[in-house]
Design a protein around this ligand. Structure first.
Ligand code: PRP
Length: 205
């Protein structure tokens, strides 16, 4: 039996569809239930930011989560497979027409991804004032809260509609299948078996 942590929303739905394709039966959570038990799997419905925590602490053996979230959280888990879903990038955005000038002192950067942001500017030896926000990041430069943002860009629509544009890409991201390090040893056969099946589905589109 493998316990699988899935992030609530589109990715959970798409992952369950992969399982349906593999096993030819229905995989769906009942109404508001957070656990779905099948013959060989127990699925947990958790918040996206909590997936790696469940896996890292072995409350789940495997999970599905975005690379951006993994990089931000830095939890030690095995990255098994790029599912090539939820493709997006983490980028720096500024008001349209403005240029990124890293020599300017006291740059203010708004983001929900504090660690990725910190690392990016540290690597360039630039000291910045990072302002942690929890959402609607695009608003910050518009009202003078920040000079720029570091945020997820998927279609680019949110930035565009708010008069911002990407001035620099930081990283590409997509959804990954991850595993707990101990589970990966103790349940190696089970994990490799589902890994291979998922890999084949992903490979064949
Ligand atoms: C994310 C991100 C951007 C938006 C990008 O926000 O923070 O705001 O999606 O998508 P787009 O490039 O396709 O427009 P999310 O929807 O997670 O909401 P949040 O701002 O409340 O975190």
């Amino acid at each position: 039996m493998l316990t699988v942590a899935l992030p609530k929303g589109r990715i959970a739905k798409e992952t369950l569809e992969i399982f349906e394709q593999i096993f030819g039966s229905q995989f769906a959570f009942d109404d508001r239930k957070l656990i779905l038990e099948t013959e060989n799997f127990r699925f947990l419905l958790v918040r996206n930011q909590d997936v790696a925590t469940y896996v890292h602490r072995q409350a789940a053996d495997i999970g599905v989560v975005g690379l951006d979230t993994l990089e931000e959280q830095g939890l030690d888990v095995v990255r098994l497979l790029d599912l090539r879903k939820g493709v997006c990038k983490v980028a720096i955005g500024m008001k349209k027409g403005e240029k990124l000038d890293l020599t300017k002192p006291e740059l203010k950067v708004a983001t929900k991804m504090v660690n990725i942001t910190k690392r990016y500017f540290e690597q360039r030896a630039v000291s910045v004032d990072i302002i942690k926000l929890y959402g609607s990041i695009e608003l910050a430069p518009l009202v003078g809260l920040a000079d720029m943002i570091v945020d997820i860009v998927e279609t680019g629509t949110t930035m565009k509609q708010n008069g911002l544009e990407v001035v620099e890409d930081i990283m590409e991201s997509s959804t990954y299948l991850i595993a707990n390090k101990n589970s990966y040893i103790a349940k190696k056969d089970e994990i490799l078996s589902i890994y291979e099946k998922i890999r084949d589905v992903v490979k064949n589109g």
